[in-house]
Ligand binder design. Structure first.
Ligand code: ARG
Length: 472
C-alpha cells in the first residue's frame, strides 16, 4: 500500500482546500488525487522534458508579442533541469494540494520564475501533458526492457550452447516422451523471448507518437507547431487527430501491458520448468543456494522463491493488462478521469517486468546441470518413437512399426541417448540448432535498441540544453 503524504490535517467536510485549479472539498481532493503524488514522482523527469519542448514550441510560435521569448525559454528550461536534479535526489515533493506532477512543477516554476511560470501552461492541458509523460517514460523503459530481454536471451543461449548435446528427457503431459537436450530446452526460451520482443517492438512503435499540443483533446486556437514538438522530443511523428491523441491515453498503456504480459508468460513458464527440474525428485538443474531462500523453521530448506514470485507476477501483469483494457472498454470519447487509474497499472507493470527479466538473467548465469540425473531419467520408452521410425526407414509402414515397438519395449533397453539426440539433424532439432543465427538475432535486437536510445537521448539533451541522461 502506497501512503500519500498529506499536507493538511484531516479536515472537517465543510472546509475546502485551495489548489491551483480552485477550492475543493478535502475528501473529494483526497479521493480524486489518489496515489498520484507518489506515482507521479516517477514522471517528474518526463514532465519536465515535455515542458521544455512545450516552451520551445511556444517560443517558435509566430505571434506578436511572443508569449515566451528565447530568454524566457532558457530560464524555464534551466529551472526544469533543477527540478529534475532535485527529483533524482528525492528532493522534489508533490503534495496533495498540487494533485499531480503537472501542477507541482507549475507551482515550482511560478514560485521561482513568477509570472513567467504562469505562462508555461499556455496551449496545453494536463491531458496531453500526462499522455506525453507516459510516452516518454514508455520509450525509455521499453528500450531498457528490450536490452535486458536480449541480455537474458543471450544468457540462455550461452547456457544452451554449453549443454548443447546434454541429453534431457523431452516431456509431453509432463510424462517422458522423446529424447531431447538441455540445449533444445534452454534455446527454446531464448527464441521465445526474441519473438516476444516483436510484440514489445509493436508497442514501442505504437508509443512513438507525440500527443503534446492536442491540449484537452480539441487543440487550441494558437499556431502551435506540433511537428516541431514531436521532433524536439524525438518522436517519429505527432498524433495527427487531436481528439484521437487524447483517446489514445489508456490504449497506449493497455497495448504496452499486453506486450509485457507476453514476455511475462514466457518467463513464468521458464520459471515453472526451473522449479520442477530443480526439485530433488528431478534434480536436473541446481539453483545455487544464494539464489534460493530459507525457511524460518526448517533448517534444510533452499526454496525457489524468486521463481515462484515470477509465476505470480505474470498473473499480476495479466491482471493489469486486463484492467487497463476494462478501463477503456466503454469509456466515452475524450478525457475522463478513469484514465488516471491506468497509470498505476502501467507503471507497476513496466517496473515488474523489467525486474523479472533482470533477476532471471542472474539465475541463468548461475544455473548448473547434473548430468547423471539427466541421463538416469531416460526410461526405455523415451526411445520408442525413434525406434519405430528406424523400422519405417527399413520399409515397415509406420502404424505397423508403432504396434511392433509398443509390444517390444524391452528391445529399447540398450538405446543410446547421445546417439538419439545426434540423429535429429533437421532444422531446429537437437542436432540442428543454429546457435549462430540465434546469437545474431540477440545482437541485432541489442544494436537496434541502443541506436534508438542514443537518438532519444540526443534529442532530450538538445531540448534540455544539458547532457542526457547525466544532466551535466
Ligand atoms: N492526474 C491526472 C491524470 O492522470 C492528470 C489529468 C487531469 N486532467 C483533468 N482533466 N482532470 O489523469
Amino acid at each position: 500500500m502506497i501512503k500519500v503524504k498529506r499536507r493538511a490535517a484531516e479536515s472537517a467536510p465543510e472546509q475546502t482546500q485551495k489548489t491551483i485549479v480552485g477550492a475543493i472539498h478535502p475528501d473529494v481532493l483526497r479521493f480524486t488525487v489518489g496515489k498520484d503524488p507518489v506515482l507521479d514522482l516517477e514522471l517528474v523527469e518526463w514532465d519536465c522534458i515535455g515542458t521544455a519542448a512545450h516552451v520551445r514550441t511556444l517560443e517558435a510560435m509566430p505571434v506578436k508579442p511572443a508569449i515566451i521569448s528565447r530568454q524566457d525559454r532558457n530560464a524555464v528550461t534551466g529551472e526544469l533541469v533543477r527540478v529534475m536534479r532535485a527529483a533524482r535526489e528525492g528532493r522534489f515533493v508533490i503534495t496533495e494540494a498540487d494533485q499531480d506532477v503537472h501542477l507541482a512543477v507549475e507551482r515550482r516554476l511560478t514560485e521561482t520564475l513568477g509570472d513567467l511560470g504562469r505562462r508555461v501552461h499556455t496551449g496545453r492541458s494536463r491531458n496531453d501533458q500526462v499522455a506525453v509523460d507516459i510516452r516518454l517514460h514508455g520509450r525509455e523503459h521499453l528500450l531498457g526492457l528490450i536490452l535486458e530481454t536480449a541480455e537474458l536471451a543471450g544468457g540462455l543461449l550461452r547456457f544452451a550452447r554449453k549443454h548443447e548435446r546434454m541429453p534431457m528427457v523431452g516431456r509431453t503431459h509432463l510424462q517422458p516422451a522423446m529424447p531431447s537436450t538441455v540445449g533444445l530446452w534452454a534455446s527454446a526460451y531464448a527464441e521465445a523471448l526474441l519473438d516476444d520482443l516483436v510484440t514489445v517492438e509493436a508497442a514501442y512503435t505504437y508509443n512513438d507518437r507525440c500527443p503534446l499540443g492536442s491540449a484537452a483533446g480539441y487543440g487550441v486556437p494558437l499556431p502551435l507547431d506540433r511537428a516541431l514538438t514531436a521532433r524536439l522530443l524525438g518522436f517519429s511523428a505527432p498524433h495527427h487527430n487531436v481528439f484521437y491523441a487524447s483517446n489514445a491515453r489508456g490504449k497506449c498503456e493497455a497495448i504496452t501491458l499486453g506486450a509485457l504480459t507476453q514476455v511475462m508468460l514466457t518467463l513464468s513458464r521458464l520459471a515453472e520448468d526451473l522449479i520442477l527440474f530443480s526439485m530433488p525428485e528431478f534434480g536436473y538443474f541446481v539453483l545455487p543456494a544464494e539464489l534460493c531462500t530459507g525457511s524460518s523453521i526448517m533448517p534444510q530448506k533452499h526454496n525457489p522463491d524468486v521463481l515462484e514470485l515470477i509465476r505470480a507476477k505474470a498473473a499480476r501483469l495479466l491482471g493489469h493488462s486486463t484492467a487497463a483494457c476494462a478501463v477503456i472498454k466503454a469509456l466515452p470519447g475524450g478525457y475522463n478521469r478513469d484514465l488516471q487509474e491506468t497509470k498505476e497499472l502501467y507503471l507497476d507493470g513496466v517496473a515488474t517486468t523489467r525486474a523479472t527479466v533482470r533477476i532471471l538473467s542472474v539465475m541463468a548465469r548461475s544455473l548448473t546441470v547434473r548430468e547423471q540425473r539427466l541421463r538416469e531419467a531416460f526410461s526405455p520408452g523415451v526411445f520408442a518413437t525413434d525406434r519405430a521410425l528406424e523400422l519405417v526407414a527399413d520399409g515397415m509402414p509406420f502404424r505397423d512399426a508403432y504396434h511392433h515397438v509398443r509390444s517390444h519395449l524391452d528391445e529399447l533397453l540398450t538405446a543410446d541417448a547421445d546417439a538419439a539426440v545426434a540423429a535429429k539433424t533437421h532444422l531446429g532439432g537437437t542436432a540442428g540448432l543454429d546457435f549462430a543465427w540465434l546469437a545474431g538475432r540477440v545482437r541485432a535486437t541489442r544494436a537496434a535498441a541502443l541506436k534508438r536510445r542514443k537518438a532519444s537521448h540526443t534529442a532530450l539533451a538538445r531540448v534540455l540544453g544539458v547532457g542526457y541522461p547525466d544532466l551535466a
